[in-house]
Design a binder for this molecule. Structure first.
Ligand code: PEP
Length: 253
């Protein structure tokens, strides 16, 4: 059985007090439940990590960051290293998110460098990939995702692949209200699993959690999650509302 995961990406939302309060309410919800249907992960801004880590310490919700530096340490003003993230108690980091690719010009090589640093610092990586609308319309979406995987991920060893969760996020569906159909998601998730199988073999491919991200909400999560190669979701907007986030976790079969 593959691990089922629903990760909330808070992006640049909530000040410290709001974030701590919100994390406390999510922690309480899952503590009171006998078992969650998927592992909930809160991916917070850097400034929340240490405080949220204390809150989540004895509960059932994991913690992640949304980025880390491409260098290990040193004179890089304003950067936060993978090891610093790990030292807060966070277990995960999102890398390769389309907003980082688009607004901060992160390319596949840089994402690969960050991924290796993060794994070597003891973090697990939620590795994002996905095509933009023009690429989908041109029919090149498989080619794009293949390149993102090959350059960004496939320098890892099979052992390092154990620390990877892939998130397929069609960029045209992020924050737009447009969602990939469950069949479109399944088709790409299967493609990703097949590529991992070709490179690393069946055992590795079978174990790899692949999340869907892009306007996932309580009303569409169950149908998307019902597809055989969809192992959960990476949730942006809907992760900022407690009821919506927990409903998406509960939507896992
Ligand atoms: C995301 O930012 O990873 C995301 C999927 O956002 P949204 O759910 O808002 O589309």
């Amino acid at each position: 059985m593959r691990k089922k995961i629903v990760a909330g990406n808070w992006k640049m939302n909530m000040d410290l007090a709001e974030g701590l309060k919100f994390a406390g309410s999510i922690d309480k919800y899952f503590k009171d439940k006998p078992s969650a249907r998927a592992l909930p992960i809160l991916c917070t801004p850097f400034i929340h990590l240490a405080g949220v880590s204390e809150i989540l310490k004895h509960g059932k919700v994991a913690l992640g960051a949304q980025n880390c530096a491409s260098e290990a340490s040193g004179a890089f003003t304003g950067e936060v290293s993978a090891w610093m993230v790990r030292s807060t108690g966070a277990e995960y980091v999102i890398l390769g998110h389309s907003e980082r690719r688009m607004y901060y010009h992160e390319d596949d090589m840089l994402i690969n460098k960050k991924t290796l640093l993060a794994i070597n610092s003891g973090l697990k990586v939620i590795f994002c990939c996905g095509e933009v609308l023009s690429e989908r319309e041109a029919g090149s979406h498989f080619q794009i995702v293949k390149r993102q995987l090959e350059v960004g991920l496939f320098t890892l060893s099979e052992e390092q692949m154990d620390k990877i969760v892939v998130a397929y996020e069609p960029v045209w569906a992020i924050g737009t209200g447009l969602t990939a159909t469950p069949d479109q998601a399944q088709e790409m998730h299967k493609f990703i699993r097949d590529k991992v199988k070709e490179k690393y073999g069946n055992d590795c491919a079978k174990k790899l959690p692949i999340l869907y991200g892009g306007s996932c909400k309580p009303s569409n999560a169950a149908e998307i999650f019902s597809k055989p190669d969809v192992d959960g979701g990476l949730i942006g907007g809907a992760s900022l509302k407690r009821e919506d986030f927990v409903a998406i976790v509960e939507a896992m079969q």
